[in-house]
Design a protein. Structure first.
Length: 334
């Protein structure tokens, strides 16, 4: 039996608690949140104990999901890992590469699982993509969503694009040689829309766009290699695979296949994989090192975007003197 807690039961943490409460071989010892009423509400829902102090859980748990705001990832995960607790840490792994390195080092020394919550790796459409590829040459990813007044403690690169940065680096498996990035804040004081072109050392090129101010949602990745085109729709859990037998000559037929992946609970699969890793049955699919790699690239992209914005007085244009939070609230209500 694995004794687990969920640290932070806001929007996403609540789902973590719900999934763990349904797993065989898992004892959900408690949920912890600095908001007492929220902790009690979720605890009642999943029939466990509510906590408001992280240290009260030390000694009672083997593992934990850390689902607090990004700025607290390092502090909370460091405390848990230092006390021998395996961590499922939501993405991004931390706010800096140095923080990520420290967490990875502690986990290694303590021989603990540190898994990072890049959820899309467990999407069956992405799994189908991974299974087909041998030598990707061009990748296009679009991750668009409507504005939600949460997760605005980080910009769109660290909030949304980082999923595709993780996936693309895992698919290509080689270092990035060149970054060309642009982006702007629109509704918040952080980047709300961004685009980047990545060129890897083998020449593979990836064009990624992320927006959290779109009218329509989209989460698609398209990958091209000789004789093969694969489109993964992460929202619909569908895949389109187009193949051509190049050895059969220039007139060989193009064969499209459509795959629908139904009945999959991706978050449950991710957390169940973490539990199996804690049990020693498998290795984490997204390690601390993978989370660090995605964070490092995201921070490099942001640095280039900010450099490009130096000549533009974005803050004055976006937030004139009479601007107030009411303006943003009015937009949300439309």
């Amino acid at each position: 039996m694995i004794h687990i807690a969920v640290i932070g039961v806001g929007y996403l943490g609540r789902f973590h608690a719900q999934k763990y409460s349904k797993m065989d071989g898992v004892d959900l010892v408690g949920v912890m949140d600095i908001a007492p009423e929220r902790a009690r509400e979720v605890a009642r829902e999943v029939k466990t104990e509510a906590y408001t102090d992280l240290h009260e859980l030390i000694g009672k748990i083997d593992a934990a999901s850390v689902v607090v705001p990004t700025i607290y990832h390092h502090e909370v995960a460091k405390t848990l890992l230092s006390h021998g607790v395996h961590c499922m840490l939501e993405k991004p792994i931390s706010t800096t590469v140095e923080e990520a390195d420290e967490l990875i080092d502690i986990a290694k020394r303590q021989r603990l699982v540190l898994q990072v919550g890049h959820l899309e790796r467990f999407n069956p459409a992405i799994k189908a993509l991974e299974a087909r590829l041998t030598h990707p040459l061009f990748i296009e990813a679009n991750r668009l969503s409507g504005f939600k007044n949460r997760a605005t403690d980080v910009d769109v690169v660290l909030d949304l694009m980082i999923h595709d940065l993780d996936i693309v680096q895992a698919l290509v498996g080689l270092p990035v040689r060149e970054i060309r990035a642009v982006g702007v804040p629109v509704l918040t004081q952080k980047m709300d829309i961004a685009n980047v072109r990545l060129i890897f050392t083998d020449g593979c090129t990836a064009n990624l766009t992320a927006s959290r101010i779109s009218l329509h949602s989209m989460r698609k990745i398209r990958v091209f290699q000789p004789g093969l085109y694969v489109s993964a729709d992460c929202m619909e859990c569908k895949s389109l695979i187009v193949t051509r037998d190049l050895s059969a000559g220039p007139m060989s037929a193009i064969r499209p296949e459509f795959e629908t992946h139904e009945g999959t609970d991706i978050l449950y699969d991710e957390l169940a994989s973490f539990v199996r890793a804690v049990q020693g049955l498998e290795k984490p699919k997204v390690t601390g090192e993978a989370g660090r790699k995605a964070l490092k690239l995201a921070l490099d992209i942001n640095a280039q975007i900010m450099e490009g914005l130096k000549s533009v007085d974005i803050e004055r244009q976006l937030f004139p003197p009479n601007w107030s939070q009411q303006t943003l609230s009015g937009f949300q209500g439309q």
